[in-house]
Structures are given as structure tokens and as C-alpha cells.
Design a protein around this ligand. Structure first.
Ligand SMILES: *[C@@H]1O[C@H](CO)[C@@H](O)[C@H](O)[C@H]1NC(C)=O
Ligand SMILES: *[C@@H]1O[C@H](CO)[C@@H](O)[C@H](O)[C@H]1NC(C)=O
Ligand SMILES: *[C@@H]1O[C@H](CO)[C@@H](O)[C@H](O)[C@H]1NC(C)=O
Length: 438
């Protein structure tokens, strides 16, 4: 139905209602401004035409026209001759020549053949995390880039361009520790575990958490909004399900779908480049994991010591250990009224850790210096500059409260590990307000 037909149908009589509607929208906007401190133009960026970047894609995923591929975000890579790196999702069986069209602020554009690097870990899925690299003259002064199947600049639309980030390097960082959490999806609503995890991470010195949101449950939504307002949480919209049929697992043969685990590898790599000149260290772990120092009070003291002993190392492996959520601590001292009605797992009640298994390595996650990493996977770093270091289990390990892996073990076959209790006196007051959120 066209707008003009709607107008005629409304007739003369309804015009006052229409005016009323306009007035209330106007008042609504003023109220939003007052309450959020946002200007109207910030809320509706698409209508804001004076700024250069807003003409380009506003979404975190952009299709490459006339192809099955997608691009995500773009960065200058100062380590490889200031090439432009476009984090992308490439359909592996549909490779075709691709071109980079990059432009500076004076609208001078250059074309270069793109170099496509598909990451080795695609787990058999048709789409894989990839880098599209643009090498050429003046890449360092480019402010936007488009990937195209055609080298003809007149065929590129304004919406195909992505703004280029990391144009400048920094020696000092806004954050010392950033946590990257990949792909939140379905109706995940484990609010209490997330709140406790964030609060413990804050006490450990984390200043910034980035989470890629495809979807989440109603209560977690409120908690995410709370942490976003507080400033510690950056939520990247990740509507991968609008473009592909994402897999809920990592094994194509078993889980099916078009890309591994909601594009986990794409988001982890995006997060590293996003934080390259923003954060001294980046922690790559899942939403239900805490990278926990056992001999130091916080991450700062841990990394000072590790980095002093291992100057050339940029990747630190941390073992993950399972704490079954099926085994409860007996005294019930942490079954507290302020947590009782919050949906999710109370990690303070699960202090029984599964022992190591013979001939089986524990899975590992990482603390990295992002400037030493070129490409990352989930449990290792396939392309990097520095060396890697395996941090001893008694120095730092991951507290991972989840369903049991060794489900047949009884309580006395598990190991008591109460490290999270060290945070109790601060955790309880810090999470008090969540009762009112959910
Ligand atoms: C580039 O594309 C434009 C618009 O489609 C077309 O008019 C022009 O002939 C093309 N140039 C070349 C060299 O193919
Ligand atoms: C990061 O750590 C350094 C010490 O290495 C400290 O001086 C600085 O204040 C910390 N930055 C932030 C944002 O906490
Ligand atoms: C997460 O994504 C869903 C789906 O787009 C959206 O409805 C929800 O508001 C998002 N949550 C946050 C906290 O951004």
C-alpha cells in the first residue's frame, strides 16, 4: 500500500489524530534525549548525512555483490606494509577473482586485485572465516574500501563501502584487559553465571568486554543493557542468521549448517583487530569461562610476571577445567536470597573440579597480545609473530562451570577448588541489584 493511498483513506476527519501522533513522536524524541543523553541524530544515524562514514554500511555483515561471500569489517594492518585487511566470510567452493576498491577522503580511489586467505579451521563448513587483503599504493591513507567482483569503479555502490579502522597505531592503550566473547545465540538466559563472571572479571582487572549478539533470552537482555550503560560491555550486533544458516556446533558432519558455531572464528578475529590498538591484552574465552589467576591477586600481576619471564611471547595458553554444575557445595552458604530468583547457574555453589584424564589434554583458551596475532582459532593461533607459552595449571587456569564431562565421577572423586570464594565478600554486594533487573 502506498503512502498516498493511506493518506486519502484517512480522510479529513482523522487529520487531527495524525497531528497528535506527530506531536507525541516529537515529545517522545525529546524525552529519549533527556533520559539517554543521546542526540536524535545519534539514534537515527541513517538520516544523518553530514558525516562521511554514515553513508557506508551500518551493519556488521555486508554481502559482496554478485557473489555468495560476505564482508565484516576492515582494518589497516600496520605490520604488513599497511595493507588493508577485510575480515570476511568466504564461500569456499565459489572462489572467483575479487577486487578491492579503496578511497581516501578526497574521493581518490584505487583498484587492486584482492588476496583471499581462507583460515585453515573451517571444520568442513561451506563458509569459512577469511581475510581479504588489499595491497597497493596509498592503502595507508584510504578511509573506506569495497570488495567487488568487478574492477570497474562505476559499478560500486556507496553502501558497498566499509569504513577502515585502526588507521593509527597507539603505544598506550585505553584498556589493559579486554575479554572477547563470541556469538551469543538462541535464547541463552544464564543470567546469574554471566553476572558473577563479569563481576569477578572486574575484580581481576578487566575493563572491557566485547560480546557478539545474534540473540539472547529476555532476562540476559536486561543484564546486557545494564552492563552496556555501565560502560564495561560493548555489544556488537551479529545477525549472522539473516545471511547464513549458522551451525550450533563446530562439526559439519555432525551439526550441519553453513558456518561453524554462529561464525565463532570470524568474531574472534574481528575482536582481535577491533582491540589491537585499544587493549594491551585480549582474553579469548567463552561466556561461561573465567580465566583465573591462582597465585596472583589479579590479571595485571599475573601478566607482569609472565611477560617479564617471557619477553618475546604474545600468546599465553590457559587450561580449561570443568566444574560440574550438578555437584553442589554442602553448607549452602552461597544459596543466598539475593541470587535465588535470578535464572542461571550460581558458580559459587560449584567448587568440585573434574580431575585430569590420562592421555587427554585439557582444552585451552588464550590471553594474547593482539599485536602479535595475525589469525586466531579457538584453541590455538595459526598465524602470529611472537612465540607461545603454556601457563602452568597452578599459576592460572579456567574455571568453567558447566554440565559434567566425566559424568560418572562421584563427589569424592572430584577435587575441591574454592578459588571463586575469594571474591565472595565483594561479589555479593556487587550483584545485589540484579534481583531488580530480572
Ligand atoms: C564500467 O561500468 C559502467 C557502468 O556499468 C559502464 O558504463 C562502463 O562501460 C564500464 N567500463 C568498463 C571499462 O567496462
Ligand atoms: C594499565 O596498567 C598500567 C600498569 O601497567 C597502569 O599504569 C594503567 O593505569 C592501567 N590502565 C588502566 C586503564 O587501568
Ligand atoms: C541482541 O540481538 C537481538 C536480535 O537482534 C536483539 O533483539 C536484542 O535487543 C540484542 N540485545 C542487545 C543487548 O543488544
Amino acid at each position: 500500500m502506498s503512502f498516498s493511498r493511506l493518506w486519502i483513506k484517512m480522510g479529513k476527519k482523522t487529520v487531527p489524530y495524525f497531528v497528535l501522533l506527530l506531536v507525541s513522536v516529537f515529545l517522545g524524541v525529546i524525552l529519549i534525549q533527556i533520559f539517554t543523553g543521546h542526540k536524535f541524530m545519534d539514534i537515527l544515524p541513517a538520516m544523518h548525512s553530514s558525516s562521511e562514514t554514515n553513508k557506508y554500511s551500518l551493519f556488521s555483515i555486508t554481502p559482496i555483490r554478485h557473489s555468495k561471500h560476505l564482508m565484516v569489517s576492515t582494518f589497516i594492518d600496520h605490520r604488513i606494509n599497511k595493507a588493508i585487511r577485510v575480515i570476511s566470510i568466504i564461500r569456499r567452493d565459489s572462489l572467483q577473482p575479487l577486487y578491492c576498491i579503496y578511497c581516501n577522503n578526497d574521493h581518490n580511489c584505487q583498484t587492486a586485485e584482492a588476496e583471499v586467505q581462507i583460515h585453515v579451521d573451517h571444520f568442513g563448513f561451506p563458509f569459512g572465516a577469511s581475510d581479504v587483503l588489499c595491497h597497493g599504493a596509498h592503502t595507508q591513507s584510504a578511509t573506506r574500501v569495497a570488495i567487488s567482483t568487478s574492477a570497474n569503479i562505476s559499478e560500486i555502490h556507496n553502501e558497498d563501502f566499509l569504513p577502515i579502522k585502526n588507521e593509527k597505531t597507539h603505544e598506550s592503550f585505553m584498556f589493559n584487559f579486554t575479554v572477547c566473547i563470541s556469538s551469543l545465540f538462541d535464547s541463552y538466559n544464564n543470567v546469574l553465571q554471566f553476572a558473577q563472571t563479569v563481576e569477578i572479571y572486574k575484580l581481576l582487572g578487566v575493563q572491557h568486554i566485547v560480546i557478539y549478539n545474534t540473540s539472547c533470552g529476555p532476562d540476559l537482555e536486561k543484564l546486557l543493557q545494564h552492563y552496556k550503560r555501565e560502560g564495561i560491555l560493548e555489544i556488537v550486533s551479529w545477525p549472522i542468521d539473516h545471511f547464513l544458516n549458522p551451525s550450533k556446533g563446530w562439526d559439519f558432519m555432525y551439526h550441519g549448517g553453513e558456518i561453524q558455531y554462529y561464525g565463532q572464528l570470524v568474531t574472534l578475529n574481528e575482536c582481535i583487530y577491533r582491540n589491537m590498538y585499544q587493549s594491551k591484552y585480549v582474553l579469548l574465552n567463552d561466556i561461561d569461562e573465567i580465566i583465573m589467576p591462582y597465585k596472583h591477586a589479579n590479571l595485571q600481576l599475573l601478566m607482569e610476571e609472565l611477560q617479564q619471564q617471557h619477553k618475546d611471547m604474545g600468546v599465553f595458553f590457559i587450561e580449561s577445567h570443568f566444574f560440574p554444575k550438578t555437584q553442589f557445595e554442602e553448607s549452602g552458604r552461597f544459596s543466598r536470597p539475593e541470587w535465588r530468583n535470578i535464572p542461571g547457574v550460581n558458580i559459587m555453589e560449584h567448587i568440585y573440579r573434574e580431575p585430569d584424564r590420562k592421555d587427554l589434554d585439557n582444552p585451552r583458551k588464550m590471553i594474547i597480545n593482539p599485536r602479535t596475532v595475525v589469525q586466531t582459532s579457538v584453541h590455538y593461533v595459526p598465524q602470529k609473530y611472537g612465540d607461545v607459552f603454556f601457563v602452568a595449571f597452578d599459576v592460572c587456569r579456567i574455571v568453567h562451570v558447566r554440565s559434567p564431562q566425566q559424568g560418572t565421577l562421584t563427589k569424592d572423586q572430584l577435587v575441591v577448588d574454592k578459588r571463586v570464594w575469594d571474591f565472595a565478600s565483594e561479589l555479593i554486594p556487587n550483584t545485589r541489584l540484579y534481583r531488580h533487573l530480572v
